[in-house]
Structures are given as C-alpha cells and as structure tokens.
Design a protein around this ligand. Structure first.
Ligand SMILES: C[S@@+](CC[C@H](N)C(=O)[O-])C[C@H]1O[C@@H](n2cnc3c(N)ncnc32)[C@H](O)[C@@H]1O
Ligand code: SF4
Length: 374
C-alpha cells in the first residue's frame, strides 16, 4: 500500500513521493488522508475482481510516509483487505514511519488499527550526517518513538539506517550503530547510500559542495555493521537486513522469493505469476483513473523464462540460503570457482550444495551474480 506523501523531501530520496507544496495543495496531509485512502480501497476492489480468492499473509504500508495518514484511515484499508480477501492468522502488517510524524497516542492508535510491525526511518544518530542527508528529524527522537512503540505494545520494531553519507567518519557510523543497538528493536535494515541522479544531494555533489562517497570506506562500514549487529544477536537474513530470531520481515522475504504481490497506489508495482505491471506515477492521474473506475495500470510485461531465471539468481544470492548448486549448469559452477578459492563463497555451504556468500563475498554480491546470469 503506497502512500505517496512526505512533509518535506529528503535530499537523497528519489522515491515516488510528493510534498503538499509540490502538489500545490493548501489543505494539510491530514485532510488528504481520508480521500486518498478511498482511492486505495477502490483499487483493492479492482484487485479482488482480478485475483479472486486469496488469503493475505502480509500487508506493507510503504512510502512516502504512511505514518502521516490517520490511524482510522489505515484501519479502513486493513478492513477492505480483510473483507475482500481475508488475512492469514499470523498476517504481518507493517507501517513505515517517519519519527517526526508520531506521538505515543498516534502509535497506540496505529496498533489498535491492526498494525503489528513498525519500521522507523532513523538513517543516522549523528546530527551533521542527518544534515547532509537533508533530513528533518532530531536524533533524540529515535529513543523516544521506539520506546513509545514498545510501551503501546509493539514487539516487532525495526529501524532503517543509511551508511556511506559523505562526511560520515568511521566514528560517526559507530555512533549510529551503537545508538540503534540501544533501542528496543528486533530488526535493522542498513542501506549503503545511493546517490540518485537528479536529487538535491547528487546536484550538491556535482557542484563540489559535498564530497563524493568513498566506496572503500562504505565497504568497511558494512563489515563494521555486520560485526556489531551479529554480536548484539541480530543475524543477517538478506544483504541489507538483520533481525533477532523470529523478527525477519515476512513481507521482504516474499519479495526476495519472487512471490505474488499486489502493489496499490501511484507508481506501485505488482507481480502475479510471471506478469508484472506498474501504476501511473502521479497521484493526480492515479486519482483520475480510479475515480472513473479505470485500471490505474500504466504498463505491464510478461516475464520470459530467462528473465524469471535471472531474477531468481539475483534475488537468491542476497539470502544466506543462496542458490542451490544443482540448479546451475557446469559453466556457471566453473565461473564461480575462483570466488570459492578467494573466499568470497562459503566453502562449507558449497560442500553442502549451495552457492552462498561469505562476509567478504557479500561486498561484491552484484559482481558475482552478474557472472552467472544467462
Ligand atoms: C519510505 S522510506 C521510510 C519511511 C519514511 N519515509 C522515512 O524516511 O522516515 C524508506 C527508506 O528508504 C531508504 N532510502 C531512501 N532513499 C535512499 C537512498 N538514496 N539510499 C539509501 N537508502 C535510501 C531510507 O533508509 C528510508 O528509511
Ligand atoms: S526518505 Fe522517507 S521521508 Fe524522506 S523523502 Fe524519502 S520517503 Fe519521504
């Protein structure tokens, strides 16, 4: 469930999200909440006509900033999915939350609305790093919002971190790691900063106002993070994701296993049984389509077997279980042998029949998988 609104666009982010100023809307986002949610509910009804019977195992409110929506509106979406499809008994329902947008009462209301997993955009605990990222929040907010979340009954709490921001020292990153590990959380996503073309950050780097990202330093930060997270009881279950036992995000795992999903909202992507489609990007066009009871789909593709296989390899290599050797041909296995010799692949797991990355191999996952794509 894509919520394409943010109070302010962060300097590094090129997600499909819009601010009230960009949309030239005078009413606040609270007023938008109700009417936007009506559109999502209408798309859920369209999904029902196309999908038929299905029991939903995970719902993810992603953004943008889903926590800007009213809890009663989030509850309406969950009811619409329940009424149209039904939820599995242990359905995981996640809300992405900007720490600036909630207080304890709002978190309690999200919990009452049916949200059972909450993911906070922390990014960094260091003020000058947050400033370079052009982020609004104060680092002191994180202990407060995660404690509130814990107090109102959330047990599945995650934070997103970004490492490799220009000007972030090793000591700064250590401070962010330590600050995250001091929070009452059971899941961490840590992403290397991607400098996206056209963002404020990319333009400032081009103009020489902000230094370039140092890739070697970024790799060192990944190793630091894995080391600290592992010592604190968080295990990696995907290249950029660590969790305590049982805290893995079922929703993310479904993406990596190439399961079926319906993405609702402007710009949302869907995948069902080898067909992929994506919605029109702009909220106004999306609204126009839905209001006329038309499909908001912009375009689609039917995946060829070779694309399905390539995606299987690219997604599976990101997981500790890796790729079953018996699914690869002898050319692919021969291509991988130098990586086994130089320690980028886990020798024990290789002997047991899987191509799985070692810690050093995780730093060059993309390079390794490119070599065996068909
Ligand atoms: C939709 S946001 C999370 C919720 C909320 N909008 C917020 O930022 O607090 C998803 C996450 O994507 C990550 N992200 C966005 N742009 C990124 C970039 N250019 N490089 C690395 N991570 C990025 C951030 O860690 C962010 O928390
Ligand atoms: S990082 Fe989050 S809050 Fe910032 S612009 Fe992107 S979606 Fe919005």
């Amino acid at each position: 469930m894509h919520i394409p609104y943010c109070v302010k666009r962060c300097g590094y982010c090129d997600f499909n999200t819009y601010t009230p100023a960009e949309l030239q809307i005078s009413e606040g986002l609270t007023q938008i909440s109700n009417s936007y949610i009506d559109l999502l509910i209408a798309e859920i009804a369209q999904a029902k006509l196309q999908v038929g019977q299905a029991s939903v195992p995970t719902i993810f409110f992603g953004g943008g900033t889903p926590s800007l929506m009213e809890p009663t509106d989030i509850a309406r979406v969950i009811s619409a999915i329940t009424d149209n499809f039904g939820l599995t008994d242990d359905c995981e329902i996640t809300l992405e939350t900007n720490p600036d947008t909630v207080d304890k009462a709002k978190l309690a209301a999200f919990k009452a609305a049916g949200i059972n997993r909450i993911s906070f955009g922390m990014q960094s605990a260091v003020a000058h790093v947050l400033k370079t990222l052009d982020r609004t929040h104060n680092p002191a907010n994180l202990p407060q919002v995660t404690n509130w979340a814990h107090e109102v009954g959330f047990t599945d709490i995650s934070v997103d971190l970004i490492y490799g921001t220009p000007g972030e020292s090793i000591a700064d990153w250590q401070e962010s790691i330590d600050a995250a590990l001091a929070l009452p959380i059971n899941h961490i996503s840590a992403y290397a900063l991607i400098v996206e073309e056209g963002t404020k950050l990319a333009n400032a780097i081009k103009r020489g106002e902000i230094a370039k990202v140092d890739d070697d330093l970024t790799a060192e930060k990944y190793l630091m993070a894995d080391n600290a997270f592992s010592k604190a009881g968080f295990t990696w279950y995907e290249l950029s994701n660590w969790s305590k036992s049982g805290g893995e995000s079922k929703h993310n795992i479904a993406y990596w296993l190439n399961a079926n999903w319906w993405g609702a909202g402007p710009g949302a992507h869907s995948h069902i049984n080898g067909k992929r489609w994506w919605n029109v990007k702009h909220p106004n066009l999306y609204k126009e389509k839905i209001s006329k009871n038309q499909s908001p789909t912009q375009d689609f593709e039917v995946l060829e077997p070779i694309q399905i296989e390539s995606e299987r390899l690219m997604l599976s290599i990101r997981l500790p279980e890796g790729i079953q050797k018996q699914t690869l041909n002898s050319d692919q296995l021969n291509t991988l042998s130098p990586y086994l010799e130089n320690g980028a692949l886990d020798a024990g797991k290789w002997a047991a029949g899987t191509v799985s990355l070692s810690l050093n191999g995780r730093l060059i996952a993309d390079r390794i998988v490119r070599e065996i794509l068909l």
